[in-house]
Write a protein that binds this ligand. Structure first.
Ligand SMILES: NC(=O)c1ccc[n+]([C@@H]2O[C@H](COP(=O)([O-])OP(=O)(O)OC[C@H]3O[C@@H](n4cnc5c(N)ncnc54)[C@H](O)[C@@H]3O)[C@@H](O)[C@H]2O)c1
Length: 341
Protein backbone atom coordinates (compact mmCIF):
# COMPACT_ATOMS: atom_id res chain seq x y z
CA UNK A 1 0.00 0.00 0.00
CA UNK A 2 1.48 3.35 -1.08
CA UNK A 3 0.91 6.16 1.44
CA UNK A 4 0.37 9.55 -0.18
CA UNK A 5 0.18 13.07 1.21
CA UNK A 6 -1.30 15.84 -0.95
CA UNK A 7 -0.57 19.55 -0.95
CA UNK A 8 -2.91 22.06 -2.65
CA UNK A 9 -6.59 21.17 -2.28
CA UNK A 10 -7.86 23.23 -5.24
CA UNK A 11 -9.50 22.39 -8.56
CA UNK A 12 -7.18 19.66 -9.89
CA UNK A 13 -6.79 17.92 -6.52
CA UNK A 14 -10.28 16.45 -6.99
CA UNK A 15 -8.91 14.28 -9.84
CA UNK A 16 -6.32 12.89 -7.41
CA UNK A 17 -8.91 12.28 -4.69
CA UNK A 18 -11.09 10.35 -7.16
CA UNK A 19 -8.12 8.10 -7.86
CA UNK A 20 -7.52 7.47 -4.13
CA UNK A 21 -11.20 6.55 -3.70
CA UNK A 22 -11.10 4.16 -6.63
CA UNK A 23 -7.68 2.56 -6.02
CA UNK A 24 -8.27 1.91 -2.31
CA UNK A 25 -6.35 -1.34 -2.29
CA UNK A 26 -3.19 0.27 -3.72
CA UNK A 27 -2.96 3.84 -2.43
CA UNK A 28 -4.00 5.51 0.80
CA UNK A 29 -4.23 9.25 1.44
CA UNK A 30 -2.56 9.85 4.81
CA UNK A 31 -2.69 13.65 5.16
CA UNK A 32 -3.48 16.87 3.29
CA UNK A 33 -2.22 20.43 3.31
CA UNK A 34 -3.47 23.78 2.04
CA UNK A 35 -2.64 27.32 3.13
CA UNK A 36 -6.39 27.90 3.10
CA UNK A 37 -7.09 25.72 6.11
CA UNK A 38 -10.81 25.36 5.35
CA UNK A 39 -9.99 23.56 2.09
CA UNK A 40 -7.64 21.12 3.80
CA UNK A 41 -10.18 20.54 6.59
CA UNK A 42 -12.90 19.60 4.11
CA UNK A 43 -10.70 16.92 2.55
CA UNK A 44 -9.56 15.77 5.96
CA UNK A 45 -13.19 15.13 6.93
CA UNK A 46 -13.89 13.26 3.70
CA UNK A 47 -10.91 10.89 4.12
CA UNK A 48 -10.58 10.96 7.92
CA UNK A 49 -6.94 12.08 7.77
CA UNK A 50 -4.98 14.85 9.52
CA UNK A 51 -4.71 18.25 7.84
CA UNK A 52 -2.03 20.93 7.81
CA UNK A 53 -1.54 24.52 6.78
CA UNK A 54 2.20 24.19 6.37
CA UNK A 55 3.87 21.61 4.13
CA UNK A 56 7.04 21.54 6.24
CA UNK A 57 4.97 20.52 9.28
CA UNK A 58 3.10 17.86 7.33
CA UNK A 59 6.15 16.10 5.97
CA UNK A 60 7.96 16.29 9.31
CA UNK A 61 5.09 14.81 11.30
CA UNK A 62 3.49 12.34 8.87
CA UNK A 63 5.16 9.43 7.23
CA UNK A 64 4.45 8.88 3.52
CA UNK A 65 5.90 7.30 0.38
CA UNK A 66 4.71 9.94 -2.07
CA UNK A 67 3.83 13.64 -2.02
CA UNK A 68 1.28 14.78 -4.63
CA UNK A 69 1.77 18.46 -5.45
CA UNK A 70 -1.30 20.31 -6.72
CA UNK A 71 -0.33 23.88 -5.81
CA UNK A 72 0.35 26.82 -8.19
CA UNK A 73 3.01 25.78 -10.72
CA UNK A 74 5.73 28.14 -9.44
CA UNK A 75 5.69 26.28 -6.09
CA UNK A 76 6.17 22.77 -7.51
CA UNK A 77 10.01 22.79 -7.45
CA UNK A 78 10.46 24.11 -3.91
CA UNK A 79 7.80 21.80 -2.49
CA UNK A 80 9.16 18.84 -4.45
CA UNK A 81 12.66 19.56 -3.14
CA UNK A 82 11.33 19.68 0.44
CA UNK A 83 9.82 16.21 -0.05
CA UNK A 84 12.89 14.78 -1.80
CA UNK A 85 15.10 15.90 1.08
CA UNK A 86 12.86 13.86 3.40
CA UNK A 87 13.27 10.85 1.04
CA UNK A 88 9.67 11.09 -0.14
CA UNK A 89 8.90 10.35 -3.82
CA UNK A 90 7.44 13.32 -5.69
CA UNK A 91 4.46 13.52 -8.02
CA UNK A 92 3.94 17.01 -9.38
CA UNK A 93 1.12 18.40 -11.44
CA UNK A 94 2.14 19.91 -14.76
CA UNK A 95 4.07 22.04 -15.47
CA UNK A 96 6.87 20.87 -13.17
CA UNK A 97 8.16 24.47 -12.87
CA UNK A 98 7.84 27.86 -14.53
CA UNK A 99 11.50 28.00 -15.59
CA UNK A 100 14.26 25.52 -16.45
CA UNK A 101 16.55 26.51 -13.59
CA UNK A 102 13.99 25.49 -10.98
CA UNK A 103 13.05 22.34 -12.93
CA UNK A 104 16.72 21.30 -13.00
CA UNK A 105 17.08 21.87 -9.26
CA UNK A 106 14.08 19.62 -8.65
CA UNK A 107 15.39 16.90 -10.95
CA UNK A 108 18.85 16.92 -9.38
CA UNK A 109 17.54 16.98 -5.81
CA UNK A 110 15.32 13.96 -6.52
CA UNK A 111 18.29 12.15 -8.07
CA UNK A 112 20.57 13.03 -5.18
CA UNK A 113 18.08 11.72 -2.64
CA UNK A 114 17.25 8.63 -4.76
CA UNK A 115 13.52 9.32 -4.91
CA UNK A 116 11.34 9.11 -7.99
CA UNK A 117 9.91 12.16 -9.71
CA UNK A 118 6.65 11.91 -11.63
CA UNK A 119 5.29 14.80 -13.73
CA UNK A 120 1.58 14.43 -14.52
CA UNK A 121 1.05 14.25 -18.30
CA UNK A 122 -2.21 12.37 -18.35
CA UNK A 123 -3.11 13.33 -21.94
CA UNK A 124 -0.44 11.00 -23.29
CA UNK A 125 -2.68 8.22 -22.00
CA UNK A 126 -5.86 9.30 -23.83
CA UNK A 127 -6.95 6.25 -25.84
CA UNK A 128 -7.05 8.41 -28.98
CA UNK A 129 -3.50 9.68 -28.44
CA UNK A 130 -2.23 6.18 -27.60
CA UNK A 131 -3.55 4.90 -30.94
CA UNK A 132 -1.79 7.73 -32.79
CA UNK A 133 1.47 7.07 -30.93
CA UNK A 134 1.24 3.42 -31.92
CA UNK A 135 0.75 4.35 -35.57
CA UNK A 136 3.92 6.46 -35.39
CA UNK A 137 5.84 3.65 -33.69
CA UNK A 138 4.71 1.21 -36.38
CA UNK A 139 6.07 3.71 -38.94
CA UNK A 140 2.67 3.87 -40.68
CA UNK A 141 3.21 7.50 -41.72
CA UNK A 142 6.70 6.68 -43.04
CA UNK A 143 8.20 10.17 -43.27
CA UNK A 144 6.39 12.70 -41.09
CA UNK A 145 6.30 16.13 -42.74
CA UNK A 146 4.12 18.29 -40.55
CA UNK A 147 2.46 18.31 -37.12
CA UNK A 148 -0.10 20.90 -36.09
CA UNK A 149 -1.64 21.51 -32.71
CA UNK A 150 -4.59 23.83 -32.23
CA UNK A 151 -5.85 24.89 -28.80
CA UNK A 152 -8.82 27.19 -29.33
CA UNK A 153 -10.23 27.35 -25.82
CA UNK A 154 -12.02 29.90 -23.72
CA UNK A 155 -10.87 31.10 -20.31
CA UNK A 156 -12.93 34.13 -19.28
CA UNK A 157 -11.55 36.86 -17.06
CA UNK A 158 -13.42 35.31 -14.09
CA UNK A 159 -11.29 32.17 -14.43
CA UNK A 160 -8.10 34.19 -14.01
CA UNK A 161 -9.65 36.22 -11.20
CA UNK A 162 -10.42 33.05 -9.17
CA UNK A 163 -6.89 32.99 -7.77
CA UNK A 164 -4.13 35.59 -7.64
CA UNK A 165 -1.45 33.25 -9.03
CA UNK A 166 -3.21 32.69 -12.37
CA UNK A 167 -1.57 34.36 -15.34
CA UNK A 168 1.43 35.61 -13.31
CA UNK A 169 4.98 34.93 -14.53
CA UNK A 170 6.16 33.87 -11.10
CA UNK A 171 3.57 31.18 -10.44
CA UNK A 172 1.78 30.27 -13.67
CA UNK A 173 2.77 31.67 -17.09
CA UNK A 174 0.20 32.04 -19.83
CA UNK A 175 -1.69 30.00 -22.40
CA UNK A 176 1.36 27.99 -23.49
CA UNK A 177 2.70 27.14 -20.04
CA UNK A 178 -0.61 26.41 -18.38
CA UNK A 179 -3.56 25.54 -20.63
CA UNK A 180 -1.71 24.33 -23.74
CA UNK A 181 1.20 22.64 -21.98
CA UNK A 182 -0.20 19.14 -22.60
CA UNK A 183 -0.36 19.94 -26.32
CA UNK A 184 3.22 21.18 -26.35
CA UNK A 185 4.17 17.95 -24.60
CA UNK A 186 2.44 15.89 -27.30
CA UNK A 187 4.15 17.85 -30.08
CA UNK A 188 7.49 16.71 -28.63
CA UNK A 189 6.41 13.20 -27.59
CA UNK A 190 4.94 12.44 -31.01
CA UNK A 191 7.28 14.44 -33.23
CA UNK A 192 10.65 14.06 -31.49
CA UNK A 193 13.42 16.48 -30.68
CA UNK A 194 12.91 20.12 -31.66
CA UNK A 195 15.74 22.01 -33.35
CA UNK A 196 14.45 25.58 -33.50
CA UNK A 197 11.41 27.78 -33.00
CA UNK A 198 9.97 31.17 -33.93
CA UNK A 199 6.88 32.61 -32.28
CA UNK A 200 4.67 35.54 -31.44
CA UNK A 201 2.74 35.55 -28.18
CA UNK A 202 0.41 38.30 -26.98
CA UNK A 203 -1.95 39.35 -24.25
CA UNK A 204 -4.86 40.44 -26.40
CA UNK A 205 -7.74 40.67 -23.97
CA UNK A 206 -7.28 39.20 -20.49
CA UNK A 207 -5.98 41.28 -17.62
CA UNK A 208 -3.04 39.04 -16.69
CA UNK A 209 0.77 39.34 -16.85
CA UNK A 210 1.37 36.50 -19.32
CA UNK A 211 -0.06 35.73 -22.79
CA UNK A 212 -3.62 34.66 -23.61
CA UNK A 213 -2.78 33.82 -27.26
CA UNK A 214 0.11 32.95 -29.50
CA UNK A 215 1.51 31.04 -32.44
CA UNK A 216 4.76 29.12 -32.80
CA UNK A 217 6.45 27.46 -35.76
CA UNK A 218 8.98 24.76 -35.01
CA UNK A 219 11.50 22.74 -36.98
CA UNK A 220 12.14 19.25 -35.66
CA UNK A 221 15.66 17.89 -35.72
CA UNK A 222 14.52 15.32 -38.30
CA UNK A 223 13.47 18.14 -40.65
CA UNK A 224 9.69 18.02 -40.14
CA UNK A 225 7.81 21.24 -39.39
CA UNK A 226 5.31 21.93 -36.65
CA UNK A 227 2.82 24.67 -35.79
CA UNK A 228 1.18 25.44 -32.47
CA UNK A 229 -1.74 27.87 -32.43
CA UNK A 230 -3.20 28.76 -29.10
CA UNK A 231 -5.81 31.16 -27.77
CA UNK A 232 -7.89 31.33 -24.62
CA UNK A 233 -10.23 33.86 -26.23
CA UNK A 234 -12.45 31.59 -28.34
CA UNK A 235 -16.06 32.81 -28.37
CA UNK A 236 -18.17 31.59 -26.63
CA UNK A 237 -16.61 28.37 -25.29
CA UNK A 238 -13.87 25.76 -25.85
CA UNK A 239 -13.99 24.90 -29.53
CA UNK A 240 -11.00 22.75 -30.42
CA UNK A 241 -8.09 20.93 -28.81
CA UNK A 242 -6.41 18.98 -31.59
CA UNK A 243 -3.28 17.41 -33.04
CA UNK A 244 -2.84 16.70 -36.75
CA UNK A 245 -0.02 14.58 -38.15
CA UNK A 246 0.68 14.67 -41.87
CA UNK A 247 3.06 12.05 -43.25
CA UNK A 248 4.12 10.54 -46.53
CA UNK A 249 1.71 7.61 -46.25
CA UNK A 250 -0.89 8.81 -43.75
CA UNK A 251 -2.88 11.69 -42.26
CA UNK A 252 -4.44 11.69 -38.77
CA UNK A 253 -6.31 14.37 -36.87
CA UNK A 254 -7.33 13.90 -33.27
CA UNK A 255 -9.72 16.66 -32.37
CA UNK A 256 -12.87 17.38 -30.42
CA UNK A 257 -12.55 19.95 -27.63
CA UNK A 258 -9.74 18.03 -25.93
CA UNK A 259 -8.25 15.29 -28.13
CA UNK A 260 -11.29 13.10 -27.55
CA UNK A 261 -12.30 12.30 -31.13
CA UNK A 262 -10.45 10.91 -34.12
CA UNK A 263 -11.56 13.14 -36.98
CA UNK A 264 -9.30 11.85 -39.70
CA UNK A 265 -7.53 8.51 -39.91
CA UNK A 266 -6.22 7.56 -43.30
CA UNK A 267 -3.22 5.41 -44.17
CA UNK A 268 -1.99 3.86 -47.37
CA UNK A 269 -1.75 0.39 -45.81
CA UNK A 270 -4.35 -1.42 -43.67
CA UNK A 271 -3.60 -2.26 -40.02
CA UNK A 272 -5.85 -3.93 -37.43
CA UNK A 273 -5.76 -0.68 -35.40
CA UNK A 274 -7.96 0.90 -38.12
CA UNK A 275 -10.89 -1.04 -36.67
CA UNK A 276 -10.40 0.63 -33.27
CA UNK A 277 -10.83 4.27 -34.23
CA UNK A 278 -14.56 4.48 -33.40
CA UNK A 279 -14.01 2.63 -30.11
CA UNK A 280 -11.41 5.04 -28.72
CA UNK A 281 -13.55 8.17 -29.19
CA UNK A 282 -15.11 9.44 -25.97
CA UNK A 283 -17.06 12.38 -24.56
CA UNK A 284 -15.00 14.20 -21.90
CA UNK A 285 -16.85 14.80 -18.62
CA UNK A 286 -14.74 17.89 -17.97
CA UNK A 287 -11.67 19.65 -19.35
CA UNK A 288 -9.28 17.52 -17.31
CA UNK A 289 -10.37 14.19 -18.88
CA UNK A 290 -10.00 10.83 -17.14
CA UNK A 291 -6.28 10.33 -17.66
CA UNK A 292 -5.32 10.66 -13.98
CA UNK A 293 -6.46 7.06 -13.35
CA UNK A 294 -4.17 5.63 -15.99
CA UNK A 295 -1.41 8.01 -14.93
CA UNK A 296 -1.55 6.89 -11.28
CA UNK A 297 -1.63 3.26 -12.41
CA UNK A 298 1.84 3.83 -13.88
CA UNK A 299 3.00 5.73 -10.77
CA UNK A 300 1.86 2.89 -8.52
CA UNK A 301 3.40 0.21 -10.73
CA UNK A 302 6.61 2.18 -10.73
CA UNK A 303 6.67 2.44 -6.92
CA UNK A 304 5.40 -1.09 -6.22
CA UNK A 305 7.63 -2.91 -8.68
CA UNK A 306 10.42 -0.39 -9.13
CA UNK A 307 9.29 0.18 -12.73
CA UNK A 308 10.19 3.28 -14.68
CA UNK A 309 7.92 6.33 -14.57
CA UNK A 310 6.02 7.15 -17.75
CA UNK A 311 6.97 10.81 -17.42
CA UNK A 312 9.84 11.45 -15.04
CA UNK A 313 11.61 14.76 -14.54
CA UNK A 314 13.61 14.53 -17.77
CA UNK A 315 10.45 13.76 -19.76
CA UNK A 316 8.52 16.56 -18.03
CA UNK A 317 11.34 18.99 -18.77
CA UNK A 318 11.14 18.52 -22.57
CA UNK A 319 7.89 20.47 -23.04
CA UNK A 320 9.05 23.09 -20.52
CA UNK A 321 12.20 23.62 -22.58
CA UNK A 322 10.15 24.16 -25.73
CA UNK A 323 7.73 26.53 -23.98
CA UNK A 324 10.65 28.58 -22.63
CA UNK A 325 12.08 28.74 -26.16
CA UNK A 326 8.67 29.87 -27.49
CA UNK A 327 8.62 32.66 -24.90
CA UNK A 328 12.20 33.69 -25.63
CA UNK A 329 11.61 33.70 -29.41
CA UNK A 330 8.61 35.97 -28.99
CA UNK A 331 10.35 38.30 -26.55
CA UNK A 332 13.50 38.66 -28.65
CA UNK A 333 11.74 38.57 -32.01
CA UNK A 334 14.17 35.97 -33.35
CA UNK A 335 14.61 32.27 -33.99
CA UNK A 336 15.72 30.26 -30.94
CA UNK A 337 17.74 27.05 -31.22
CA UNK A 338 17.33 24.28 -28.68
CA UNK A 339 20.28 22.31 -27.32
CA UNK A 340 20.98 19.00 -29.08
CA UNK A 341 20.38 16.02 -26.76
N1 LIG B 1 -3.06 17.83 -15.24
C1 LIG B 1 -3.93 18.74 -15.63
O1 LIG B 1 -4.59 18.59 -16.66
C2 LIG B 1 -4.12 19.97 -14.83
C3 LIG B 1 -5.34 20.65 -14.90
C4 LIG B 1 -5.51 21.78 -14.10
C5 LIG B 1 -4.47 22.25 -13.32
N2 LIG B 1 -3.28 21.60 -13.31
C6 LIG B 1 -2.16 22.12 -12.51
O2 LIG B 1 -2.45 21.94 -11.14
C7 LIG B 1 -1.91 23.03 -10.37
C8 LIG B 1 -3.02 23.64 -9.52
O3 LIG B 1 -4.05 24.14 -10.35
P1 LIG B 1 -5.54 24.36 -9.81
O4 LIG B 1 -6.35 24.76 -10.97
O5 LIG B 1 -5.98 23.19 -8.99
O6 LIG B 1 -5.30 25.62 -8.85
P2 LIG B 1 -6.15 26.11 -7.58
O7 LIG B 1 -5.82 27.53 -7.37
O8 LIG B 1 -7.58 25.70 -7.76
O9 LIG B 1 -5.54 25.22 -6.40
C9 LIG B 1 -4.27 25.46 -5.83
C10 LIG B 1 -4.38 25.20 -4.33
O10 LIG B 1 -3.09 25.33 -3.73
C11 LIG B 1 -3.22 26.02 -2.49
N3 LIG B 1 -1.92 26.62 -2.12
C12 LIG B 1 -1.33 27.72 -2.65
N4 LIG B 1 -0.12 27.93 -2.07
C13 LIG B 1 0.07 26.94 -1.18
C14 LIG B 1 1.12 26.61 -0.28
N5 LIG B 1 2.23 27.34 -0.20
N6 LIG B 1 0.96 25.50 0.51
C15 LIG B 1 -0.14 24.76 0.45
N7 LIG B 1 -1.18 25.03 -0.38
C16 LIG B 1 -1.08 26.10 -1.19
C17 LIG B 1 -4.32 27.03 -2.75
O11 LIG B 1 -4.91 27.52 -1.56
C18 LIG B 1 -5.29 26.21 -3.60
O12 LIG B 1 -6.23 25.52 -2.82
C19 LIG B 1 -1.28 23.98 -11.39
O13 LIG B 1 0.09 23.74 -11.47
C20 LIG B 1 -1.94 23.62 -12.70
O14 LIG B 1 -1.14 23.87 -13.84
C21 LIG B 1 -3.09 20.46 -14.03
Amino acid sequence: MIRVGLVGCGRISEKHFEVYENFKDRIKLVSVCDIVLEKAKKVSERFSVPYYKNLGDMISKESMDLLAICTPSGLHPIQGIMAAQKKINVLTEKPMAVNLKDADKLISECRKNRVKLFVVKQNRLNPTVQLLKRAIEKNRFEKIYFINSTVFWNRPQEYYDQAKWRGTWKYDGGAFLNQASHYVDLMVWLGGEVKEVVSITARLARKIEAEDSGGAVIRYRNGALGVLQVTMLTYPRNYEGSITVIGEKGTVKIGGTALNRIEKWEFEKYDDDDALIEKVNYVPKNVYGEGHFAYYDNVLNSLEKDGSPLTDGDEGRKSLELIMAIYEASKKGKKISLKKK
